[in-house]
Design a binder for this molecule. Structure first.
Ligand code: UD1
Ligand code: CA
Length: 481
């Protein structure tokens, strides 16, 4: 049976981040820490998921509204401890008319981005299977500094938790099994125990951890589920830990792709967000960043030094040293080096966007090439067309954007400026250096540049005594010779 409620504590300030942004909103490999926790909770399919907010509640709420509209929030105005946070949240949910009196309540924290759904599922199962009043997720760690220590009885059963700051007994401080801060509780027993918490401790707070000893003293079963990989419950308190968590998340994603048949040349410099999908036999070269809803088809080679967000890369395409957002790159197309593709760019099969080319809202047909130093904006280009070096699609008149349509089999000469709106018919040519205004009929040549003028012996007359003039004089004498 799915949990009644998943409660995620995130009201604290996160002082050690030294940030104007709430701690749980800091990102690790492209997703907020809170987002990572929420993703991990999804498969639990809890009836209600609620985040306890306090510091920067509006920003946290805005963040939730954009990505997790089904997640509720409860406000803890002043932070008087983890037990207080849960108590206040349950009271609010109750007042909002939610039934939080029965079933299982799971309590998590918003700053553990490495948590997986498998671990949450194991915690939930262990709790249900044991018929426990409370089950705590624990971890065995090398350095337990700062964590609550798990006290176990002679029979191995959990007696309670001692906070580091409250531990006076050396034997307690030596315990290496720590409280992850994640639990499953019987809803009714939790509420009852929360009502009996005191603030009689080192921090003067209502400790959620004390609920375990209270339930145990009442004669209820308190269980523990030990996480297999202690990294999973690592809480992020500062930016050093944020970087460590980000690396671990990166490694996890890279490993998944490599096991599924993707070659990643240098996993240490390859950052792929969880949302990205990659087919078999793709090669990712070093220093590559794949973000958002990016998909790479079989056999494509991406990188080095490439950043793609929300892009589709077709089979056997090649993208080198480039940056693209919202672009679709066709099968066997080539991009780069130093290419910038902006949203709405669609490259057909075997199309080319070469060195120092920028495109925006440009649809380029199959086999068409924009090989060098060009800007193509708001354009549609047919098949097998070549856009000469340094061509500019002048799409903006200072007020509005205009479109250009270029047909198939077209040859645009180098250094052409096409002033939009314009239509270039199939098989048309433009002369190098032309400024094309208006349309060019199919099969025509458009030349729009001043005719060349020769001013005879200008250098000899006007630059007398220079190297140019001397060499010119010699050449002319040789020719006459
Ligand atoms: C808590 C546990 C400790 C455990 C550790 C795991 C208690 C008393 N101690 O300690 O046993 O080893 O987590 O990381 O629970 N929060 C609120 N409102 C509050 C206080 C805290 O929402 O009034 C939130 C914080 O934003 C944070 C989480 O609860 O996300 C944990 O609070 P924190 O103060 O970091 O607890 P720890 O001292 O780390
Ligand atoms: Ca903490």
């Amino acid at each position: 049976m799915a949990p009644t409620l998943v409660l995620i504590l995130a009201a604290g300030e996160g002082t050690r981040m030294r940030s104007s942004l709430a701690k749980v909103l800091h990102e690790a490999n492209g997703r907020s820490m809170l987002g990572h926790v929420l993703e991990a909770t999804r498969p639990l399919a809890a009836s209600t998921t609620c985040v306890v907010v306090g510091h920067q509640r509006d920003r946290v709420r805005t963040h939730l509204a954009s990505g997790y509209p089904d997640v509720r929030t409860a406000v803890q105005d002043e932070q008087h401890g983890t037990g207080h946070a849960v108590r206040v949240a349950l009271e609010q949910l109750d007042a909002d008319g939610l039934d939080v009196h029965a079933g299982t309540v799971m309590v998590l924290t918003g700053d553990t981005p490495l948590l997986t759904s498998a671990t949450l599922d194991a915690l939930h199962r262990a709790h249900v299977d044991a018929g426990a009043a409370a089950t705590v997720l624990t971890a065995i760690v090398d350095d337990a500094t700062g964590y609550g220590r798990i006290l176990r009885g002679a029979d191995g059963g959990v007696l309670g938790i001692v906070e580091h700051k409250d531990a006076t007994d050396e034997a307690h401080l030596a315990i290496t099994e720590i409280n992850s801060g994640m639990y499953a509780f019987d809803a009714a027993l939790l509420r009852d125990a929360l009502g009996r918490l005191t603030t009689d401790n080192a921090q003067g707070e209502e400790y959620l951890t004390d609920v375990l000893a209270i339930l145990r003293a009442d004669g209820h079963r308190v269980a523990a589920s030990v996480v297999a990989d202690a990294d999973e419950v690592m809480g992020v308190n500062d930016r050093v830990q944020l970087a460590v968590a980000s690396r671990l998340l990166r490694d996890r994603v890279n490993e998944r792709h490599m096991r599924a048949g993707v070659t990643i040349i240098d996993p240490g410099t390859t950052w792929i967000e969880d949302s990205v999908t990659i087919a078999r036999d793709v090669v990712i070269e070093p220093n590559t960043f794949l973000r958002g809803a990016t998909h790479i088809d079989e056999g494509a080679v991406v990188g080095p030094d490439t950043m793609l967000r929300d892009c589709r890369v077709g089979a056997a395409a090649s993208v080198v040293k480039s940056q693209a957002t919202g672009a679709a790159i066709g099968a066997r197309a080539t991009v780069g080096p130093y290419t910038y593709l902006r949203p709405g760019t669609v490259l057909g099969e075997q199309a080319k966007a070469g060195a120092y080319v920028e495109m925006k809202a440009a649809v380029v047909g199959n086999g068409s090439k924009v090989p060098h130093l060009s800007y193509v904006g708001d354009a549609e280009i047919g098949d097998d067309t070549n856009i000469g070096a340094a061509t500019i699609f002048a799409n903006y008149d200072g007020v509005a954007k205009h479109r250009t349509i270029v047909g198939s089999g077209v040859r645009i000469g180098s250094d052409t400026v096409i002033v939009a709106p314009a239509i270039i018919g199939d098989g048309a040519y433009t002369g190098a250096g032309s400024v094309v205004t208006g349309s060019v009929p199919a099969g025509s040549l458009a030349v729009a540049r001043a005719a060349m003028r020769i001013i005879d012996r200008w250098v000899l007359r006007r630059r007398e005594g220079t190297t140019s003039a001397t060499l010119a004089q010699a050449a002319l004498e040789r020719d006459q010779g």
